[in-house]
Design a protein around this ligand. Structure first.
Ligand code: 7PM
Length: 275
């Protein structure tokens, strides 16, 4: 199982970690736009040293209740960072965005994977991603970030999330994106309550059965806060436990903040699976 990311190939024979690099005003303490690419480079270097295979650059806060970010603002945040990372390191950079224009500029700047929490449902996103020719991660979300955690509702969360992803895959294939370039992600915390997230965790192998490589983002999320009653900066052990459980069920890409711990855990799980 290999994705073609421009001139690079992403081998998913073994599970890999995607390191989260948030480029939002609150993500670097000094804040100043001038310092941002430098601070981002240091963080990227640490994550690569810890074994990350992908660096996911995002400029729009997807926190529940967050306001949408203006396009130019998002471009100003992410483009210098993508340019700096691709110039400095031989790695795969993904762009976490739902906006077609950000996808286009990010790929021009060096990104070679699109990670869209809206699964390419935004204006022109599908045709743009198809034209760019890079792999796409389709994530499930019920509702929109601002309101999605208000009343999440499913009759059968596993069946509904699966059906959504399969429908979005069909749309991608119709737009000309090869099936082998499509990733699935059930979207933990995106329009889901604790019970929904737990049921999804328990049934991840069903998503793997759909035939696309599965990506998972559970790192530091509120479901861990709810289970453990711990703040966001104390959710490392819980995050690693869920990452291990996801890889055991066949997930291939783990999106995580704490790269070293996550890489070690999934290497151990992979060793057992290969035995
Ligand atoms: C609250 C909810 C705060 C979610 C922060 C987040 C995912 C993603 C994000 C994911 C994929 C975070 C997120 N989560 N992309 N982007 N899958 N594919 O934890 O689960 O950074 S934003």
């Amino acid at each position: 199982m290999k994705l073609i990311c421009k001139n690079k190939s992403l081998d998913l024979t073994h599970p890999v970690v995607m390191g989260v690099l948030n480029v939002t005003p609150d993500s670097f303490s000094d804040g100043g736009a001038f310092m941002r690419p430098t601070a981002a480079l240091v963080q990227a270097q640490q994550m690569l040293h810890a074994g990350a295979a992908i660096i996911d650059v995002g400029g729009e806060s997807m926190r529940p209740g967050a306001q949408a970010v203006d396009m130019q603002q998002e471009l100003d945040r992410v483009i210098p960072v993508i340019e700096a990372i691709t110039h400095e390191f031989d790695t795969i950079v993904s762009i976490d965005t739902s906006k077609a224009s950000v996808m286009r500029e990010a790929v021009k700047a060096g990104a070679c994977l699109i990670n869209d929490v809206a699964a390419l449902r935004g204006d022109a996103a599908l045709t743009t991603a198809a034209a760019l020719g890079v792999p796409v991660c389709l994530m499930h979300m019920q509702g929109e970030p601002r309101t999605m955690q208000q009343q999440p509702y499913y009759v059968d969360v596993v069946a509904e999330v699966k059906a959504f992803l399969v429908a979005r895959r069909d749309a991608c294939i119709n737009a000309g994106i090869p099936a082998g370039q499509i990733l699935f992600d059930p979207g933990f915390g995106f329009g889901k309550d604790l019970q929904h997230n737990l049921i999804l965790c328990k049934h991840l192998s069903e998503f793997v059965g759909l035939g696309q490589p599965l990506m998972i983002g559970v790192s530091r999320k509120s479901m861990l806060g709810a289970i453990l009653d711990l703040p966001v900066n104390e959710r490392l052990h819980g995050s690693v436990a869920l990452a291990a459980l996801a890889v055991w069920q066949g997930a291939r890409i783990i999106r995580a903040h704490d790269v070293a711990a996550t890489v070690q855990a999934i290497r151990v799980i992979d060793a057992v699976q290969q035995a």
